[in-house]
Design a binder for this molecule. Structure first.
Ligand code: AHR
Length: 666
C-alpha cells in the first residue's frame, strides 16, 4: 500500500467526511451535439416603477413641470407640489392655478403669475426637482416653457397692447444657499401660448440645486410645461435619457426591451390602462396619468422615446398592450379588480393596437406612419413583437378580448408575433388556463412570470426540458430570485445564473427572458429587489446585474450539449455552453452554489481547433449573503484573467461563484 493510501485508511471516518478527498467533476462539452437557440434570449423589462422613468431614466430635472400632480396620486400632492412661489425684496405679486385656457386639452392645469410691483428682482417660482437638481459647472442645460401674456403693467391702468410690452423673465439655477449657478433671460410677448426655449451654462456645481423663474416687470403671464434638461443625454437625444443609467442598461447588451410594464401596461382600472397614443407627439400634448405605483407619469418618456431607445440599443422593441382588461389588483383588490373594456368599445381599442403597428412600421403615406415621420423618424421602427396582456387573470372577459385582439393582429399583420400570457404565477389555475388558451388559439409565444426563492430556482432547473417543442415558445417576461428580506444577495444572483444556464440549454423553446424590475430609485422603491438602484448622482449595480451582464455579453445562437448540465442532490452546480456562430467564440458557464470550490475536469469533445488561451471571468464571494449596496466597501464584482485551455483541461470553480470561460475562435 502506498503511503498516501495508508494515511487515508489511518484517518477516522469522521475526518474523511470533513476533509473528504475533493472529487473532480467531469464536464463534457460535445461540439458535435449542437442545436440552434434564440440569439435574442436576454433583454430588459422596463416599467415605470420606483421612479424608474420620471425622476429616473427620463432626464427631465423639473418635477411636476406641467402642474398636473394631483391628490389622487399622493394625499399631499396638488398642482403646485414641488413648486414654491417667492417674492424678491420689495416686490408684490400673486400666483394661481388655472384651467380655463390650457396649452392643450390633454394638459389641463397651468399657473398664472402676476407682478404688480417688481421690487428688487420681481416675483417667481422655484422647483427643487426630484430631491434636488444636480447642477455641474460648465454643463449646458436646455430650458423651455410655454407662456402667454394676460396683461401688462397694472391690470386696470396699463397699456392694453401687450405685443409692445413684453414681460421680462429670468431663469436661473441656484445653490441651496442661494448662490446663482447660471442665468438666462427671455421675453414673453403676446396673448397666445408660445414655446420659449433657451440654454444656460452652469457657473458652479451643486447636487442639490433649485430652478427659479422670475417675472421682472409689472404684468401677468401664464406658464406651463416648464422644463430643464441637461444637454448631455444618452446619445445626445433631445427629451432624452440620463446617460449613466442608459449606459448601464446598454452594457447589459439587451436584445429586446419590454415596455411600459408590468402592471403599468394594464393599469389600475379602465381609466388607467396605458394607451400608446397618449404618449406620442409634442410633450405638452401628451396625456398624463397617475402611475399605479402611486406617483405620476408625465409620459415624457413615451412610445416614441421607448422605440428610439430600442434603436439606440440595437434591441427589438417589445411593447405590451393591455388585453382589453385592467390589472386584477385594480382598486387594490387582490385578484378581483380586473375590469374589462365594454364590448362596444373593443373595436376602437383593437384598432388602436393595429394603429400602433402602422405607427411603428408604416410608410409616410399611411395615417399613423406619417405621425412617426412627423416626429422625426422617417425609417420604420421594425416592430416584430407585441405582448397582449400582462399576467392577467384568465377570466372569460379576458379570453374574449384576447381572442379579438389576437385574431385582428393575425389577420392584418401576420408578420407580427403576438405574445400571450399565462397569469402571474409559475403554475396554478391561471397558468393552466392561459396555456390552454394559447394552445387553442395557436399563439406563437407565451409570457411567464415568477418571483421565487433561490431554492425554487435551483429545484426547477429542468422546468423547460420537458416543454412541448411544437407548442408556443416561452417569453420569461418577469422573474427574479427573492432571497431573505428581498435583498439582492449573491445567493439570489447565483440562483438566477443557474436558471439562465437552463434557459440557454432550452433556448430552442425559450425565446426571450427579462429580469424584473430593472430600475429603482433609493428612497422611492416600491418593489424589491431590482436590478439597478440609483440616486440622483450615482448608480448601484447589484450582483444580479453583473450576472445579467455576463450572460448578455456572452450570449450565443447555438447550444453545445454540456454534461452534466445540473449536478448535485439537491442541485448546487449548473453548466451551459454556447457558441456564437458569427464570431466563432465558445462560452462555457459554470455556477457553483456550494460553500466549497469545485474541481472540474473539462473535455471539449469534437472541437476542431482551439486557441491555447481563453478569458475567464469570475463573480464570486465566500459569503452568499454578500450584496452590492450603498457604501459596501467590498462589492462583488466580476474579475477577468487568462486561462490555458486544451481539448481537456482542469478548472476550479470557487465557492459561491459564476464562471464564464470565453474561448475565442482560432
Ligand atoms: O415587476 C413588478 C411587478 O410585478 C409588475 O408590474 C407586475 O407585472 C408583477 O406583478
Amino acid at each position: 500500500m502506498r503511503s498516501f493510501q495508508r494515511f487515508l485508511f489511518s484517518l477516522p471516518v469522521w475526518a474523511l467526511l470533513l476533509t473528504g478527498p475533493a472529487h473532480a467533476l467531469d464536464i463534457a462539452v460535445d461540439f458535435k451535439k449542437a442545436k440552434p437557440i434564440s440569439p435574442d434570449l436576454l433583454g430588459i423589462f422596463f416599467e415605470d416603477i420606483s421612479y424608474a422613468a420620471d425622476g429616473g431614466l427620463y432626464a427631465e430635472l423639473i418635477q411636476n413641470r406641467s402642474f398636473e400632480y394631483d391628490l389622487t396620486e399622493q394625499p399631499d400632492w396638488n398642482a403646485l407640489s414641488y413648486w414654491k412661489f417667492f417674492r424678491s425684496e420689495g416686490s408684490v405679486g400673486k400666483i394661481q392655478v388655472d384651467r380655463s385656457v390650457p396649452v392643450h386639452p390633454n394638459n389641463t392645469h397651468y399657473i398664472t403669475l402676476e407682478c404688480s410691483e417688481p421690487g428688487n428682482a420681481g416675483v417667481g417660482i422655484s422647483n427643487t426637482g426630484f430631491d434636488g437638481i444636480v447642477v455641474k459647472q460648465g454643463e449646458i442645460y436646455d430650458v423651455s416653457f410655454f407662456s402667454r401674456q394676460l396683461w401688462t403693467n397694472r391690470r386696470w391702468n396699463g397699456p392694453a397692447d401687450v405685443e409692445n410690452h413684453p414681460m421680462p423673465v429670468t431663469v436661473r439655477l441656484e445653490s441651496q444657499d442661494g448662490k446663482h449657478l447660471g442665468e438666462t433671460k427671455f421675453e414673453v410677448r403676446g396673448r397666445e401660448w408660445k414655446k420659449i426655449e433657451g440654454t444656460l451654462t452652469a457657473t458652479g456645481s451643486d447636487p442639490n440645486a433649485r430652478f427659479a423663474l422670475l417675472i421682472n416687470g409689472r404684468g401677468c403671464i401664464s406658464l406651463d410645461e416648464i422644463s430643464l434638461f441637461p444637454r448631455k443625454t444618452f446619445k445626445n437625444r433631445r427629451n432624452g435619457l440620463r446617460p449613466d443609467l442608459a449606459q448601464a442598461i446598454a452594457d447589459l447588451h439587451p436584445r429586446f426591451v419590454r415596455f411600459p410594464g408590468g402592471c403599468v401596461a394594464h393599469g389600475n382600472g379602465l381609466p388607467n390602462i396605458y394607451h400608446w397614443k397618449n404618449t406620442v407627439g409634442p410633450i405638452e400634448q401628451r396625456k398624463q396619468m397617475p402611475n399605479l405605483w402611486r406617483y405620476h407619469q408625465t409620459m415624457g418618456l413615451g412610445y416614441f422615446e421607448y422605440f428610439q431607445f430600442c434603436e439606440d440599443l440595437g434591441a427589438h422593441p417589445l411593447p405590451v398592450v393591455a388585453a382589453g382588461v385592467s390589472c386584477q389588483h385594480s382598486g387594490y383588490t387582490e385578484n378581483h379588480g380586473q375590469c374589462a373594456i365594454p364590448m362596444e368599445q373593443m373595436d376602437a381599442y383593437v384598432q388602436d393596437i393595429l394603429d400602433l403597428i402602422e405607427w411603428a412600421n408604416g410608410p409616410a403615406t399611411s395615417r399613423w406612419g406619417a405621425v412617426r415621420v412627423a416626429a422625426g423618424h422617417p425609417e420604420p421602427f421594425h416592430l416584430k413583437y407585441i405582448g397582449v396582456g400582462n399576467e392577467d387573470r384568465i377570466t372569460p372577459e379576458f379570453e374574449q378580448r384576447f381572442k379579438m385582439i389576437h385574431d385582428a393582429i393575425r389577420k392584418a399583420h401576420p408578420e407580427i408575433v403576438v405574445i400571450g400570457n399565462s397569469g402571474p404565477l409559475s403554475d396554478g389555475e391561471d397558468f393552466e388556463k392561459g396555456w390552454e388558451l394559447v394552445r387553442e388559439q395557436k399563439v406563437s409565444m407565451v409570457d411567464e412570470h415568477y418571483y421565487k426563492s433561490p431554492d425554487w430556482f435551483w429545484k426547477n432547473l429542468r422546468r423547460y426540458d420537458t416543454y412541448d417543442r411544437k407548442s408556443a415558445s416561452v417569453y420569461l417576461g418577469e422573474y427574479a430570485a427573492h432571497d431573505k428580506g428581498r435583498r439582492s444577495t449573491l445567493r439570489s444572483a447565483l440562483a438566477e445564473a443557474a436558471h439562465l444556464t437552463a434557459l440557454e440549454r432550452n433556448g430552442d423553446i425559450v425565446t426571450f427572458a427579462s429580469y424584473a424590475p430593472l430600475l429603482a430609485k433609493r428612497g422611492y422603491t416600491r418593489w424589491s429587489p431590482d436590478l439597478i438602484y440609483f440616486t440622483n448622482t450615482g448608480i448601484e449595480l447589484t450582483v444580479n446585474y453583473h450576472v445579467q451582464k455576463l450572460f448578455g455579453q456572452n450570449a450565443g445562437d447555438t447550444y453545445l450539449e454540456t454534461t452534466p448540465a445540473v449536478h448535485g442532490t439537491p442541485a448546487d452546480f449548473a453548466a451551459s455552453t454556447v457558441l456564437n456562430s458569427r464570431s466563432g467564440e465558445v462560452v462555457l458557464k459554470f455556477v457553483n452554489n456550494a460553500a466549497t470550490e469545485k474541481k472540474l475536469n473539462i473535455s471539449l469533445n469534437g472541437a476542431d481547433q482551439l486557441p491555447s488561451q481563453a478569458e475567464v471571468t469570475v463573480l464570486a464571494d465566500p459569503d452568499p449573503d454578500a450584496v452590492n449596496e450603498g457604501s459596501n466597501a467590498k462589492p462583488v464584482l466580476p474579475r477577468t484573467s487568462k486561462l490555458n485551455v486544451r481539448q481537456t483541461f482542469t478548472y476550479s470553480a470557487p465557492a459561491n461563484s459564476l464562471t464564464v470561460i470565453r474561448i475565442p475562435s482560432k
